[in-house]
Design a protein around this ligand. Structure first.
Ligand code: FE2
Ligand code: FE2
Length: 311
């Protein structure tokens, strides 16, 4: 199905889901979550040492990557505005952008007053990343919806797990608040993909296969991204097991029910077979990698159960 037709056919569902979003979402104020008193003695001329907030390097990596990902918002907006361009979708795209902007505001203010990251390194990295403007470029409306559904859930999990390992109730509350927004965004896009599967099962399943095959967390333009991503995975804040157990299985298999779709074209049947075997392979590799790590964390297991129950 052509993109213009998909957008038009999905518009009524988008309207219903947008109303649900507005009813479920809560107004919140970034400045109320920030512990301003921590910044009272901040010496901005002194060299940053990290002593004000001692944290493992992996936790600093997670804060750094999570914030810089939120900072790249202009390019995510540019992409959704291009891929989902139509009158019915514009209101949602703008609302989503306004909500997303709060995330970088609250996380940056929290990090700055807590002195959790080197502010000069952070600002230089932000300039570099935003100067590059690298974000995934989905090739169709269905690809775009699948990517953002998976990515919003991945971001929710990453923010929530970062909040848990901060060992700071204030930081936990900041990351949980942001994670709650990401969850509503995820539900919006997840349910639009379900509708797309009804409208055009073959086209949508092929988009799911492409997006699972090529999935990357946003952040390729972040300086030192590979090193930070490896540290984040080793600390089980976001790793392959989480990707498999909390995203691919509950969303692609259980919620979108790709195994039981009927009436697929031959090409879509081949894509589905390849998608299913890829998910199985990812699960096996993830298990092997996790087994090699000492002390698998209970916190991550409980998050897995929570996400499975929610989706
Ligand atoms: Fe966000
Ligand atoms: Fe989001």
């Amino acid at each position: 199905m052509e993109d213009v037709a998909v957008l038009k056919e999905l518009a009524p569902k988008l309207g219903t889901l947008y109303d649900r979003h507005l009813k479920t979402t809560k107004e919140w104020f970034p400045h109320k979550l920030v512990p301003w008193e921590r910044g009272a003695n901040l010496d901005v001329e002194a060299e940053w040492t990290g002593e004000a907030m001692p944290l493992p390097d992996a936790v600093r990596s997670a804060l750094f990557v999570n914030l810089l990902t939120e900072d790249n918002l202009p390019y995510y907006f540019e992409t959704i505005n291009r891929v989902f361009r139509s009158e019915a979708w514009d209101e949602w795209s703008r609302r989503w952008t306004a909500e997303e902007m709060r995330h970088s505001i609250v996380i940056r203010d929290y990090i700055t007053v807590s002195d959790a990251l080197d502010p000069i390194e952070l600002e230089r990295a932000r300039m570099k990343q935003v100067g590059l403007g690298q974000v995934p470029q989905p090739e169709s409306v269905a690809d775009g919806l699948v990517y953002v559904a998976l990515q919003e859930l991945a971001t929710r999990i990453s923010h929530r797990n970062t909040g848990k390992v901060l060992d700071d109730p204030v930081g936990y509350a900041v990351m949980a608040r942001v994670g709650a927004d990401e969850n509503l965004h995820f539900m919006m896009y997840r349910d639009l993909v379900s509708e797309a599967l009804e409208l055009d099962p073959s086209g949508t399943v092929m988009a799911i296969e492409r997006q699972v095959r090529n999935f990357e967390m946003p952040g390729a333009g972040i300086p030192g991204f590979a090193k930070h991503a490896a540290a984040i995975a080793a600390a089980e804040i976001y790793d392959l097991s989480i990707h498999h157990d909390q995203i691919l299985v509950p969303v692609v298999l259980r919620h979108w029910k790709v195994e039981s779709l009927n009436g697929l074209t031959d090409e879509a049947e081949r894509a589905r077979a390849s998608l299913l075997s890829r998910i199985e392979r990812i699960g096996k590799v993830a298990k092997k990698l996790a087994a090699r790590r000492p002390g698998h964390s209970d916190a991550v297991d409980s998050e897995a159960q929570e996400v499975s129950a929610a989706v």
